[in-house]
Ligand binder design. Structure first.
Ligand SMILES: [Zn+2]
Length: 189
């Protein structure tokens, strides 16, 4: 059941162009345990041994096999009510994150479902090691956060919800990019 959810969302992220094959990561929380994609796994074709179970608060033998973003996932579970996390690299959102400190959707669905999304990492004073906390603490009345030049972290009660937020946000970012590029063109009579 859990594997099917990981496979469905991993495949959707890949086919929607929100991650490259081995990019991004997914996790689900169960009590004080976290089920997270294996480091370097292909999210488009996940198998049973690609889902690593480890602690949210404690390391164990499985911890080194988990995604390299485990520390961010742990910090989010420790500091928010999230039960699922999707980390993706949506290209239009990443492009906007390079020049914006906050990404504010202008399309109706984005305005309603997403709202203003903070971009973490715009200031150089982010202290190494505090990065995961900085991302987790940004989840105040929002369900998705961007990391500058890198990607998004979306939260939900189930993976499907976090995926929906991610894809809706990327759609909003496409509209923003298109609008910006249209405005950049000179108007000719
Ligand atoms: Zn990433």
């Amino acid at each position: 059941m859990l594997l099917t959810q990981f496979q469905t969302i991993g495949s959707s992220l890949f086919t929607c162009g929100l991650i490259s094959g081995c990019g991004g990561n997914l996790s689900v929380r169960m009590g004080d345990r976290i089920f997270i994609t294996r480091r370097g796994s292909n999210k488009g074709s996940l198998e049973e041994n690609d889902i690593i179970e480890t602690g949210i608060f404690k390391n164990d033998r499985q911890t080194p096999l988990a995604s390299s973003e485990l520390w961010v996932h742990r910090a989010i579970y420790q500091q928010t009510p999230a039960s699922a996390i999707v980390h993706a690299h949506p290209p239009h959102a990443v492009a906007l994150s390079l020049s914006e400190t906050e990404i504010v959707p202008i399309d109706d669905e984005g305005k309603e479902k997403i709202g203003a999304v903070p971009v973490i990492g715009c200031q150089s004073q982010i202290v190494p090691g505090a990065y995961a906390d900085k991302i987790a603490q940004a989840f105040v009345n929002i369900r998705i956060v961007m990391v500058r030049g890198h990607g998004s972290f979306a939260i939900g009660q189930i993976l499907e919800e976090a995926f929906d937020i991610t894809s809706t946000f990327e759609e909003s970012c496409k509209v923003l990019c298109l609008t910006k590029s249209l405005q950049a063109k000179p108007v000719t009579e």
